[in-house]
Design a protein around this ligand. Structure first.
Ligand SMILES: Cc1cc2nc3c(=O)[nH]c(=O)nc-3n(C[C@H](O)[C@H](O)[C@H](O)COP(=O)(O)OP(=O)(O)OC[C@H]3O[C@@H](n4cnc5c(N)ncnc54)[C@H](O)[C@@H]3O)c2cc1C
Length: 75
């Protein structure tokens, strides 16, 4: 764009700890969590950035999967 003037103003917004950072063993822990939920709290499901992907498409995919599981259980 060939902008050669300095900006009139600037704002830096830092989002500390905004994104989950999965560590090694995450999927194993998730499997343990889901197995324990199925055993002890069978009507509780988890979905969202903490689990299987941080991006919005990942979160939507997880939500749809949970809805399918609930619908199957209700039938
Ligand atoms: C700055 C930023 C930019 C991003 N940009 C993108 C992007 O461009 N594209 C992309 O794909 N992803 C982006 N992401 C990632 C994506 O937005 C998040 O990973 C996603 O929104 C997480 O969805 P979620 O449902 O897991 O959690 P959230 O969207 O955080 O939803 C959790 C909800 O639970 C509520 N809540 C929390 N505690 C309680 C409680 N005790 N009781 C009741 N309700 C509660 C909160 O108020 C919130 O509404 C961005 C994230 C950030 C932080």
């Amino acid at each position: 764009m060939e902008i050669n003037k300095p900006p009139l103003f600037k704002v830096v917004s830092r989002w500390h700890n905004a994104m989950p950072q999965y560590t090694v063993g995450h999927l194993d822990r998730l499997e343990t969590l889901e197995n324990k939920l199925a055993e002890h709290l069978p009507n509780v499901y988890v979905a969202g950035a903490s689990y299987r992907g941080v991006g919005l498409p990942d979160c939507i995919k997880q939500a749809k999967s949970v809805v399918q599981q609930i619908k199957q259980k209700m039938n």
